[in-house]
Ligand binder design. Sequence first.
Ligand code: TYM
Length: 329
Amino acid sequence: MARVFSGIQPSGEMHIGNWLGAIQNWVALQDAHDALYCIVDQHAITGSYDPASLASRTREMAISLLAAGLDPERSPLYVQSHVPEHTELAWLLTSVTPLGELERMTQFKDKSQRTESIPAGLLSYPILMAADILLYRAERVPVGDDQLQHLELAREIARRWNATFASDAPVFPEPQPILTTASRIMGLDGEAKMSKSLGNTVGVTESPEAIWQKLRPAKTDPARQTKRDPGTPEICNLYALHRHFSPAETVEHVAEQCRTAGWGCIDCKRVLSDNMAAALAPIRERSAELTASPERVDAILADGATRARRLAQETMLVVRERMGFLREG
Ligand code: TYM
């Protein structure tokens, strides 16, 4: 079975962009793959963050992942900082990563523009991400499309490392992305990708009332100033969400009502809100159960780290040997 790896930052609640763009694939791939999933807390310190809440956010992300359907028996779920080989490999990979490639990354360019003093970690972030994947020699990586450039760099790093240290027998496969049909979900502002830092999200564990409060003011087709103005569903952000949360006949009906101005946007939002709340209800319920037993969640993460570490150590033996380090006596 092909090895699958992916990670998510514990930088806030899991939102429907994460869920539709990546996590649904994490869950689906468990069936026919040898998968490992990681909460990447060390990536979450590359921008300013609150140390007092990092641990609780990490546990909450684990709860959301389990509630979304990850089965920790089949796919180890663990925390990046519990497996120190991630940062060791990241350091070793810095030796084959061109600086120019790091500076070219669009996420680095975006984020560094918004920061006065740029932490070196923001620049080397994709090396740690490459290490996460290569440590398990993963071949497939389910992600949203904002991670494609990082993954391309991970392939480049794998190629260079193999060429430099293992040209006779490559150690690292070149990891390929796996996308869902919703690889870029827009935020409720209709202007940017859904992202916690932009405050334009719907969390997967939000209550039906909270979902409604967020959808009600959400941006729609600007041509629809009043209920009588016909709209173009294809350019409406909420129509895009209907496609992921509503049954096909509803999606068709919504489009028709929009084009003919039969419904106002508020009618369309009400139906979307109900369907979204219904789709997320099982996650919300399981998440409440798991929140009530944090010790169970911590035990799952500890077991995941033990199993992941065993694999990580196997890779590191080969990597250290190939790179010529003196073996510990
Ligand atoms: P992160 O934590 O930002 O997001 C987790 C996953 O959710 C996807 N995603 C989206 N998909 C569609 N629409 C959106 N609006 C949206 N927002 C987020 C992301 O593409 C991602 O798949 N660098 C990574 C974490 C990481 C990682 C790794 C991923 C670290 N090491 C190794 C894969 C393999 C990140 O910050 O994802």
